[in-house]
Design a protein around this ligand. Structure first.
Ligand SMILES: Cc1ncc(COP(=O)(O)O)c(C=O)c1O
Length: 445
């Protein structure tokens, strides 16, 4: 029996069943009672309040089913953006709605770092049960950037206040002041001061056979010159915002070994890769557990977390805050981990790998039909990317807007060249829906 059912009595369980049955019936019948709104007017109002227009004419109605979402104007679209990689189980997932309702009924909306309800330790346990070997401590936080801030503070403290970070060209780590300083996008920090040293290594380039040697050489020089001012090496094992750029294990291992020899901890930012790379952790997928000291996760967790080896535990007062997550988000995040690890998503025969293979097959066919227009296919599992035309931001955005007008929401990554990123809703996407998405893309090329 669920904890709350025993506290609230059988009426709670009966009421919950009635609600869930109503949602399931409405989903099946395409929400016959759903109203529509003047989406353009609402989005115009939003743009006015925010001072910036939205990227798409997308205002969700609050209704959806699987890979499809119903917009406020009643239009249905296939969603391959997923709130930039958050909703791996798509829209209107009844299992997650049930989890959310149960959590919503339990006392408080938000949890923090002074007193905890059941959902907080349960989320930590779920994460650590599947974390790479040796990673045995956890702090929850609200966003990916928030978890990354905590990681940076922890690492600096354990490294005696050394301020610097070694990162990679093309990296993205969030939009707080410190994360914007590390993120390799000067255009995202216009008007912001530089307050600590950030050194960049070249990321793997599959067209350059000496790519690994170049990165190793650059790291050697940084360590020789500035090694005693470095807090950590920070890496995305698959670069997210740069366009789902992958690199082989052999690229990373010599870098991690150099760091180990120099006493520099390795911090893997898995905010975007978490749950998408045919394993829960990219660190495990690449088999680099023994080199990794700190991992940050977010997005599909519905919150975020800093995971680390116990030797790195922070001193009192370094990490805390009023909020560490919403009760519903913690419960749903934990259920997502349970579902992903129990329902055959991972491994070489799991659903994510199947979808990656099928997506690559569709992309290869699209590229055959439009040889000058589709190229540079990359990614892994539920994150696959490709280049459109010359990869200019203009052409890429134009393609995305055309796809959106035809019923498919896509998003881009990288700049000069940019690419289209497919965030696949692997928890629910059918082969037929993937086929339909490619029919739309074929029309839009
Ligand atoms: C690798 C990586 N780190 C950090 C972040 C920041 O996460 P958030 O937007 O939740 O602060 C992102 C967001 O896209 C990301 O991709």
């Amino acid at each position: 029996m669920d904890r709350l059912t025993s506290a609230f009595g059988p009426d709670f369980e009966r009421g919950l069943r009635i609600m869930l049955d109503a949602v399931a019936r409405a989903q099946k019948d395409d929400f016959p009672g759903a109203s529509t709104t003047d989406m353009a007017a609402e989005l115009g109002k939003l743009a006015g309040l925010r001072g910036r227009p939205p990227f798409f004419d997308y205002l969700g109605s609050g209704l959806g089913r699987g890979a499809r979402v119903r917009l406020a104007d009643g239009r249905w679209i296939l969603d391959f953006t997923l709130g930039i990689g958050v909703h791996i189980f798509g829209h209107g997932n009844l299992d997650l709605i049930e989890t959310a309702i149960r959590a919503a009924a339990s006392d408080i909306v938000m949890q923090g770092n002074l007193v905890f309800n059941h959902e907080y330790p349960a989320m930590m346990e779920a994460l650590l049960a599947h974390a790479p070997a040796g990673i045995d401590r956890c702090w929850l936080a609200l966003s990916g950037a928030d978890a990354n801030e905590n990681a940076l503070k922890l690492l600096r403290q354990r490294r005696g206040g050394r301020p610097g970070v070694i990162a990679f060209h093309g990296c993205f780590h969030g939009r707080t002041s410190a994360m914007a300083e590390i993120t390799d996008r000067p255009d995202y920090r216009v008007g912001q001061p530089s307050t600590f040293p950030v050194h960049y290594l070249p990321f793997y380039d599959r067209d350059d056979p000496s790519s690994a040697a170049k990165a190793a050489d650059a790291l050697r020089k940084i360590i020789a010159r500035d090694g005693d001012r470095i807090a950590a090496l920070l890496v995305e094992l698959v670069q997210g915002e740069a366009g789902f750029r992958t690199a082989p294990r052999d690229f990373f291992v010599p870098l991690f070994e150099q760091c180990r020899a120099a006493g520099i901890p390795v911090w893997v930012d898995e905010v975007q890769t978490f749950g998408r790379v045919t394993e829960l952790f990219a660190t495990t997928w690449l088999g680099v557990e023994q080199y990794v000291d700190v991992i940050t996760v977010g997005k599909m967790l519905q919150g975020s977390a800093l995971l680390y080896r116990h030797e790195l535990s922070p001193d009192p007062g370094l990490i805390s805050g009023t909020f560490s997550g919403a009760t519903v988000a913690m419960a749903v995040g934990r259920r997502i981990i349970e579902k992903l690890t129990a329902e055959n998503f991972f491994g070489p025969d799991g659903r994510e790998k199947q979808l990656e293979n099928l997506t690559r097959k569709h992309l290869a066919q699209l590229s055959q039909r439009h040889p000058t227009k589709i190229s540079h296919i990359d990614g892994i599992g539920a994150m696959v990317s490709f280049r459109v035309g010359d990869g200019s931001l203009n052409q890429t955005r134009e393609f995305i807007q055309r796809a959106f007008a035809n019923g498919l929401a896509l998003y881009y990554g990288g700049h000069d060249p940019a690419c289209v990123r497919l965030f696949l809703p692997a928890g629910v996407l059918t082969d037929a829906e993937l086929y339909e998405a490619f029919e739309i893309m074929d029309r839009c090329v």
